[in-house]
Design a protein around this ligand. Structure first.
Ligand SMILES: *[C@@H]1O[C@H](CO)[C@@H](O)[C@H](O)[C@H]1NC(C)=O
Ligand SMILES: *[C@@H]1O[C@H](CO)[C@@H](O)[C@H](O)[C@H]1NC(C)=O
Ligand SMILES: *[C@@H]1O[C@H](CO)[C@@H](O)[C@H](O)[C@H]1NC(C)=O
Ligand SMILES: *[C@@H]1O[C@H](CO)[C@@H](O)[C@H](O)[C@H]1NC(C)=O
Ligand SMILES: *[C@@H]1O[C@H](CO)[C@@H](O)[C@H](O)[C@H]1NC(C)=O
Ligand SMILES: *[C@@H]1O[C@H](CO)[C@@H](O)[C@H](O)[C@H]1NC(C)=O
Ligand SMILES: *[C@@H]1O[C@H](CO)[C@@H](O)[C@H](O)[C@H]1NC(C)=O
Length: 445
């Protein structure tokens, strides 16, 4: 060491300080881990970022550190690790939570979205804002549509801005283009309580037609400046979307220090989803009806491939979440619609506990009201139904050969989520046979 030039000696000194700091942090980390282990009994074995510095550090390979460049590399590496650690240890001080409810169509996402929409004065909830993005992108390139990765980026960026209460980017996708940040064209405005209450609800203008106008009370056209201000005042924000294909594409949201994002992925038996889509989007599913009548489903048809693609996306996203990568730590929860339908109150409580948001009496009341049998006539998007009864209805509406086709195409997805296969028509319609395995998806990590 004596022969080292002063510059290098300084480097050694700084390095030493970092190593000491790392050791101290590591000690505290262990204590924290032990405490949190006690708090969450089901916690899986953890690998905190610093638990094994030497294993991945360049220091391991060479104890002599002969060259300055090696020292530099080691130094940079350790500094990054320290930065990484302090960043993660930094709590989100304002306590604001950002929920992203990820689903696909006909999985009960409107119903589950209401769990958050009904939370009360502290929640800013948006219903399917990416509808506009998908619509605009599908018209791009003379109707050819944007590529999957371009769409994914657009969804991600708009979602990120919305969680930050910034509507500017979304406005670019709305048609007709909002004038001075005011629009009459926001898709399903009435499904967001916070867009229909004071002060976002301005006095009604009788000369203006708004297709998705507020139902709870008459309001003027939507002013995004007011919406943005209201959003900023709320403690928590939630967005429901059926348009994000891969959870992985949302990683920048999880890593945005301005956000404290919780992803809730909602899944449902793909056979039930197909049965429900055939009713809701009748004209789009004409081929499936034909195949039901023919008794045979082609294996290489475009629509069959699309079903396979959807199932694979859902499975890949869930596997990414369940693999527990560091960026999703305590940020991912998987829920099956069937469990919500059977135990709505319990599941809602779990979702709130996971989100770190108070489970208010308003939500509880809404759930009690809306999981009772309702004789009211209901539209296709209605959430008022006896959920435990509704959830099994598909077994009587789907032709057996279509159920078989789904099992073939979506097999691995069904296995992952615990949806049992049926091998004959009688089992499909035999209510004493459950098609649902009891499964617990651990999200306490
Ligand atoms: C650190 O990594 C080494 C090599 O991979 C391994 O043998 C050792 O068990 C690890 N130690 C801890 C505490 O994880
Ligand atoms: C360790 O340092 C020696 C020089 O002292 C060098 O020859 C060797 O390649 C280094 N090993 C590694 C793994 O970097
Ligand atoms: C820091 O964290 C990021 C994201 O979690 C990770 O990709 C990166 O490898 C980490 N860097 C180091 C040096 O551990
Ligand atoms: C909102 O986002 C746009 C870009 O999408 C940006 O130019 C603008 O500064 C943002 N507004 C605020 C208040 O952050
Ligand atoms: C929208 O609301 C903002 C904030 O109150 C207001 O300044 C603006 O004039 C409103 N825009 C229109 C077109 O009314
Ligand atoms: C919902 O329907 C199921 C099956 O018909 C029935 O057992 C249950 O009591 C109903 N629940 C309510 C709350 O009405
Ligand atoms: C329905 O399943 C149960 C349990 O497997 C069986 O005992 C019963 O015979 C079945 N009913 C019919 C009508 O197949």
């Amino acid at each position: 060491m004596a022969q080292l030039p002063p510059r290098m000696r300084n480097k050694y000194a700084v390095l030493l300080v970092f190593v000491v700091a790392l050791v101290i942090i590591e000690k505290e980390n262990n204590i924290i881990s032990r405490v949190s282990d006690r708090l969450t009994p089901k916690q899986a074995p953890q690998s905190p970022p610093l638990s094994n510095v030497s294993a991945t550090s360049p220091l391991k390979h060479n104890s002599s550190l002969s060259s300055l460049s090696e020292l530099d590399a080691a130094f940079t590496h350790l500094r990054r690790r320290l930065e990484n650690y302090t960043e993660r240890a930094e709590p989100h001080r304002d306590g604001k939570k950002h929920i992203v409810l990820l689903a696909t169509t006909r999985t009960g996402s409107s119903f589950v979205g209401e769990f958050f929409n009904q939370q009360g004065a502290n929640m800013f909830y948006l219903f399917e804002p990416l509808w506009h993005v998908e619509r605009r992108l599908s018209q791009e390139g003379g109707g050819a549509g944007a590529s999957a990765s371009a769409s994914a980026r657009a969804y991600r960026d708009v979602l990120q801005q919305l969680l930050l209460c910034n509507f500017t980017l979304l406005e670019n996708f709305i048609e007709p283009r909002p004038v001075e940040h005011v629009t009459t064209a926001l898709f399903r405005r009435e499904s967001s309580a916070s867009l229909c209450e004071d002060p976002v609800c301005t006095p009604l203008d009788k000369n203006v037609f708004e297709r998705y106008h507020c139902k709870s009370r008459p309001c003027g056209p939507l002013n995004f400046t007011l919406a943005s201000e209201a959003c900023r005042r709320k403690a928590h924000r939630a967005v429901k979307t059926v348009r994000v294909r891969q959870l992985e594409t949302l990683r920048p949201l999880a890593e945005d220090p301005r956000l404290d994002v919780k992803f809730i992925q909602l899944v449902r038996d793909p056979r039930a989803v197909l049965a429900s889509r055939m009713v809701a989007f009748s004209t789009k599913y004409r081929n499936w009806k034909q195949w039901a009548a023919d008794g045979e489903v082609p294996t290489d048809d475009e629509e069959v491939r699309r079903l396979r693609g959807n199932c694979e996306n859902i499975r890949t996203s869930a596997e990414a979440g369940l693999r527990r990568p560091a960026w999703l730590r305590r940020r991912y929860m998987l829920v099956r619609y069937e469990d919500i339908a059977r135990y709505p109150m319990q599941k809602a409580a779990e979702m709130y506990r996971f989100s770190g948001i108070p489970f208010t009496p308003q939500v509880k009341e809404w759930i009690l009201r809306n999981t009772q049998a309702s004789k009211e006539a209901s539209g296709v998007y209605s959430t008022q139904k006896n959920s435990s009864e509704q959830v099994e209805k598909w077994r009587f509406s789907i032709p057996f050969n279509l159920a078989q086709a789904v099992q073939k195409v979506c097999g691995p997805t069904m296995k992952l989520f615990g949806y049992r296969f049926v091998h004959d028509k009688d089992t499909l319609t035999n209510k004493s046979v459950s098609l649902l395995e009891e499964k617990v998806f651990d999200f306490t990590f």
